[in-house]
Design a protein around this ligand. Structure first.
Ligand code: ZN
Length: 491
């Protein structure tokens, strides 16, 4: 465990309950109680969201009463996800929310204790919109991260050991993830344990089983398609349920898609994931699996039930069909054509390039047992992915930071930001992908991705200047607050 000091504030349970409410509110708009409680919180926090560049407190009333646990965090400055910069920033946090943001301590009541973090710059807690938190490997002798020989675990056991991935993610300054595919609802278990305060980890929005088309295995593909989704650690082997394949999102034909999606949602999924092409691990093949009609059926089914949908496509054709079908986000795709990029701008489709994960697979090829030739294939794909991200950014497509982290990649979640800068972004553009755009991916733009009144108190203290050097975000994280609780402190 690499967290130097880990603290769960006394209000953690309350924080957790609020997080549960937030998730309910975003995923089940019929949960009126949750919406009402959010509204109350928002009103208490003087919700109108002004530009963070306001140099005075955003509070519009003199009647704010602070709880005894309220604190004013004093930073050298704040760089918000919008790019707004506040020097000598003071962020007042009460419960799990931000109450006010100001420059200087004058506007903060004397009754609120101050916490000096003036050696650091504050940025919003970051959002990684593509993880596989349940993919955990314990390096059991003779085993590989994917494949046979792993320690067999029940989903409950896997949810426990995989919390290491959650902790490593927090250390990167990522306080929220969208987890895109897991077996046996281990992701749902992790999310719920974190929200209940039983474990420490990022806020998770989860997909359950990702929809995959039943196809013959690609020649020479490693790992087999099923193993890639199994979350490693042999979980599937011990718990393979005796239910029809479509209930585990193994799709034989279009008629099974709507039922598969409803099953995921009924089982706790916040978002839907569809694998629209081959491509995983060392397999960088781009062949489309679900056709346009099938993608459209999935988009319609997800949207009808109030959920967003992410479609994975390594290749251009699947990416184009995912955009045409109305996917909310398109994952990975290389060589998207200009017309598709234009349509993404027009529709607001968000691109999640996940460039860095193939660097990771190449770096760790010995652990995975990949050949030198496979590593070359990963490098070649990464170069094309970077070029596509460059074209997409230039065309004005919204891009969100997603790591596609699995296994040992946790703790490297934000390295994608360095590649996005290589693709032509400024450091502030890159921060935007991991904050404001990430929140948009989740439909949480009013509560996540910014340091502003009414937002969750997700704040990261970094060394260095994230407005000028993206490495401050990659290497400079020293302190992380999630929902008002300090979860990492390496000062
Ligand atoms: Zn993925």
């Amino acid at each position: 465990m690499r967290i130097a000091k880990t603290a769960l504030a006394p209000k953690a349970a309350q924080t957790a309950r609020s997080a549960v409410s937030a998730i309910s509110a975003v995923t089940a708009i019929t949960t009126l109680a949750a919406v009402a409680s959010l509204t109350t919180l928002t009103l208490l926090a003087c919700a109108p969201v002004h530009s963070a560049s306001n140099s005075t407190t955003n509070s519009t009333t003199n009647t704010i009463t602070y709880s005894p646990t309220a604190r004013a965090y004093h930073f050298a400055r704040l760089v918000d996800g919008t790019g707004a910069i506040t020097n000598d920033a003071v962020i007042v946090v009460d419960g799990d929310r931000i109450v006010s943001v100001s420059s200087g301590t004058n506007s903060v009541p004397a009754s609120v204790p101050k916490v000096e973090l003036t050696n650091y710059t504050a940025v919003p807690g970051m959002i990684d919109v593509h993880t596989h938190m349940t993919y955990y490997w314990d390096h059991a002798p003779g085993s590989r991260p994917y494949g046979a020989g792993n320690t067999r675990r029940t989903p409950q056991e896997l949810a426990t050991v995989a919390m290491e991935n959650a902790r490593l993610t927090l250390e990167t300054g990522v306080t929220t993830v969208r987890d895109l595919g897991a077996s046996n609802y281990t992701d749902v278990m992790m999310r719920d344990r974190i929200n209940q305060g039983l474990a420490i980890g990022p806020r998770m929005f989860v997909a359950g089983f990702g929809l995959q088309k039943i196809m013959p295995p690609a020649p020479g593909a490693t790992p087999p398609a099923g193993a890639a989704r199994a979350g490693g650690a042999g979980a599937a082997a011990t718990t393979a349920p005796a239910v029809p394949g479509w209930m585990r999102s193994r799709i034989a034909n279009i008629s099974e898609i709507a039922g598969a999606i409803k099953t995921q949602i009924d089982s706790g999924a916040d978002v839907i994931k569809m694998y629209g092409s081959r491509g995983t691990g060392a397999d960088t093949s781009t062949a489309q699996t679900f056709n346009y009609d099938e993608m459209k059926a999935a988009v319609d089914a997800a949207h009808a039930l109030g959920r967003r949908i992410a479609i994975h496509s390594y290749g251009a054709a699947g990416g184009r069909d995912a955009v045409r079908a109305g996917a909310n986000t398109v994952e990975h795709s290389i060589e998207l054509d200009d017309a598709t990029l234009a349509q993404m701008v027009q529709q607001g489709t968000i691109y999640v390039p996940t460039i860095d994960h193939n660097r990771y697979y190449a770096d760790f090829r010995d652990d995975y047992g990949y050949t030198f030739e496979q590593a070359l294939g990963l490098d070649a794909y990464r170069a094309r992915n970077l070029e596509t991200a460059r074209r997409a950014h230039k065309a004005g497509v919204k891009i969100a930071m997603g790591s596609d982290a699995v296994h040992m990649m946790f703790g490297q979640n934000t390295r994608e930001l360095g590649l996005l800068v290589q693709a032509g972004m400024t450091p502030l553009d890159a921060l935007n992908t991991a904050t404001v755009i990430g929140a948009e991916v989740l439909g949480m733009s009013n509560t996540l991705g910014r340091v502003a009144p009414g937002y969750f108190a997700d704040i990261v203290a970094v060394e260095g200047d994230p407005a000028r050097d993206v490495n401050a975000l990659l290497l400079g994280v020293r302190w992380v607050m999630k929902g008002g609780a300090v979860v990492v402190d390496k000062r």
